[in-house]
Structures are given as structure tokens and as C-alpha cells.
Design a protein around this ligand. Sequence first.
Ligand code: NAD
Length: 494
Amino acid sequence: GTFTHEFATELYNGTVTVNTGLFVNGQFVDSVDRESIDVINPLDGSVITKVSIGNAKDIDIAVKAARAAFKSSWGLKVPGSERGKLLYKLAELLEKNADAVAAIEALDTGKLFTLARNPDVQGAINDLRYYAGWADKNHGQTIETTEAKFAYTRHEPIGVVGAIVPWNFPLTLTIWKVAPALATGNTVVLKPSEMTPLSALKLAELVKEAGFPDGVLNVVTGYGATAGQAITEHPLVGKVSFTGSIIVGRKVLETSSKTNLKRVTLELGGKSAVLIFDDADFEQTVKWVCSTVFYHSGQVCAAGTRIFVQEGIYERFLQAFADATAALKLGDNFETATQQGPIVSQTQLDRVLGYIESGKQEGARIVTGGSRAEGSGYFVRPTIFADVKPDMKIVREEIFGPVGVVARFKTEEEALEAANDTQYGLSSYVFTTNVSRAIRVSNALEAGSCFINQTVIPSSQVPFGGYKQSGHGRELGEYALEAFTQVKAVHVNL
Ligand code: NAD
């Protein structure tokens, strides 16, 4: 290749800039092979800019820089309070640049600007502050064994963490990894999705401005099969924190086990169940369900896409749900009146339309939507299938688009059996005004999260992750500290 990137590209009518090189050892640099990839705007298919494409050689350079930084200027060399200070500073800079970062994220992903600003950027600021607070509080224990002996534990960082992130919540999911990893003293090599690399590059600029030592955070943009794979193969990477599909998650685990047995956290897909009982608050439930299925065009791992409705309100709910869905306004993701933007890419558009076609062929009843929407962008009309059967492909597989499937149930037992009949276990939703039932049902659901009478709302303090094939380990909350530390027991003989 002959590409030399512009170190600062103007975006969004020239009001925002982003550096488009790799960020390695505190500098923006060209990739070794000087290759590039177009970054596409999903709203109209136009090219936003080009970014460098890193491969195994670039990953090797970045990992070595991260390893050197871990040993010389981070890890056990820097007290937690200092790491916390830098994370607070980063949060402050992100707050100062919040509109610019949200614009970059919206441009790159097609998500609504208003949602990119809050919850995405706002959530990232909150998460940074939450883990900044933990940086000097992640202590071990003192354990007395006999009169003359005791032991104490230390929560030590693992070393170099590889963070691999998908395209649906690029900044959010990056911060879920980077904030606890840095707070606990690890250094990071981050690989964003090849489809949505821009907010990670903006974050790198802010990391530099905040004054983190060189090499503490490195960003290598590139493809999964080359740059991503190289992270999972690298012997100096001690931990991989991966968010993405089951198929790639399996590969990450396999490669890690074949190389140096890296620790692996996997946040994978979902096909989350929604249980709506006859006694639910009807109007609110329609709104909550609409949001859990169609938020960000359904490109949400925790989306509640398998909807089970008790027979007493089945037809009435279906009607109200269909009306609310049909009223969703599709359009320009920077317009404040827009309620649904485009799908992220042509590939995803084709995939989602393929599932809609399969639903039709399997005989599910389309209640609303069911086709591509007019216009040049990658728009799919929000779609509801009713009277679906348990073995249909649209019931079993994650579609990752604005498609919900609805079936009826009679009893609580029947609802639970249907809800748990899946390889996934990321999230779940229960709508009922009966408190005992809400708790009983949430206990019986095989999922890492259960939202009672609300749509999915992650919070810095609350762990997030999957049961079954939705993943290994947890992000967020105190639990994420464990994911990025190892315990040393020191035995002392007095
Ligand atoms: P994906 O698995 O295709 O890619 C995810 C990331 O992995 C990308 O950065 C990609 O470049 C990289 N990658 C691809 N092949 C690789 C390899 N061989 N080795 C290492 N890295 C590789 O997923 P996607 O299409 O970007 O995202 C959609 C999926 O992510 C959905 O299944 C969704 O449910 C899941 N997801 C899960 C969560 C969660 O928290 N559980 C959150 C968001 C998305």
C-alpha cells in the first residue's frame, strides 16, 4: 500500500477533527504496511475518512510498548491514587469534548446523536469516574494463620490487556474495558471494530492530553482476522477482554488456550426473553418493550427480542405494540425528531433482511414492518413477527437488527420454559405488577441480567455479562476489578 494518513482529519462539516493513524507508545503513527480502510457513514454510504490498518507487526510493536510501560511507568510502579487522578482527568476531558465525541460516534455508527451524547458519552464519563474512584481502593486482605504466621493478599494487575470491541457501542464498550483495566494497573492494546474506529482514536487523543505515560493505552485499528487475531496470539498479552459474536468469541478462547493460556473475558451475543404478564402496567410496558427491541435499530446485545405475552392481553398488546412500532420515525440520525437511524453497514443490512425473509418463509405472521425503508442509507423498517414457533430461525438466532418475535403463553411455568429454551443467556425482562412473581420469575431466568419493569439500562456499579453461551466473566461494577487482577498470597513467618 501507499497510503499515508492525515494525522488530523476534519469530520462533520469541519467542526470536529480526529487523528487517523495508529496510536502507539503515545504517538500517532502510520501502520508498518501503510494500508488503509474507508470509514463509511451508514446514513448515506459515503466515505467519512480513511484510517490506518494495523496488522500483526503493528500489534507486536504496540504490545511491546504496553509491556514496557507496564514495567516502567504503570502497574506496580504507580500508586493507585495517581492512576485514579489520570482517569479523573480523562473523564474531565471527555466531558469537555462530549459533543465532539458524540458527533464522531453518531457519524461512524449511524446511531442517534442524542443517544450518542447520552447515554453513550455520558455513560463513559460516569464509568471513568467510577473506576477512577476504585483505583486506590482495590485492597487485599490480611489473614492470620497461626500465632507466629500470617498471610496477606495483593490484587496485582495482569500486565498487558488486549481489548477487542465491536461496532454497536464503540466508545461505551471500550470504556467498560479500558477504565477498570487501567484503574487496576494494567496497560492496554485496544482494537476497535474495523467498521467504527473513530471514537477510539479520539479517546487516544484525550489520553495523551490527560498526560498518561506513553504506552499505557495503545490503539491499533485493523481487521479482526489479522490485528484482532494477533492480539489473541501474542505471548506478552496476559488477558483478552473481548466483546462480539459467539463465533469469534470461541476463536479467541481457542487461540488463547493454544498459546499462553491468556485469561479471557467474553461478552457475546444474546436473544433475550421478555415476559409480559396479564397484570403488567399496560401503557408503560408497551413503551419499555418498544425501547428494548428497537433501541439503536435493535443492534444491542441485550435487546429483548423474544417477547412472550400472557394470553389474557396477547391480542391487545400486539396491537398496541404494532401501533407504537409503526409510529417510530426513521431518518437522519442527527435530527432530534428521528427515533431510528440506519443499520451500521451494508453487510448487516443484508443479514437483517435475510432473517426477515426467513421469518416470512417459515410462516411467522408479520404484524408491522418487514422490509427495507426507502432512501440511500441502510434503513430497515422496525419489524414484528407474531405467533412464532420455538424452532424458527428468527426465534433461535440473534438477528441484531430491529426485529422482535412474539408468542403467547398461558402459565408462568410455560413462559419460563420458553424463555430458557435458548443457547443464549445475556439479559431478560419481566413485566408484572405482582412483586412476588417478579422476583420468583427473575430467579428462574437463565440470564446474567434481569430487568423488572424497565428497559435495559446499564449502570457503572452493576455487573453485566452472560450465562450460557452469552459469555464468560462480568464487566462493570466491582466484579470487573477481578477480571483485570490476579491475587497474590504472601505468607509471613515472624
Ligand atoms: P464480531 O465478533 O464480528 O467482531 C467483534 C470484534 O472482534 C471486532 O473488533 C472484530 O474485528 C474482532 N474480530 C473478528 N475476528 C477476530 C479474530 N479472529 N480474532 C480476534 N478478533 C476478531 O462482532 P460484531 O459483528 O462486531 O458485533 C456484533 C456482535 O457483538 C453481536 O453478536 C452482539 O451480540 C455482540 N455484542 C455483545 C455485547 C455484550 O456485552 N455481550 C455487546 C455488544 C455486542
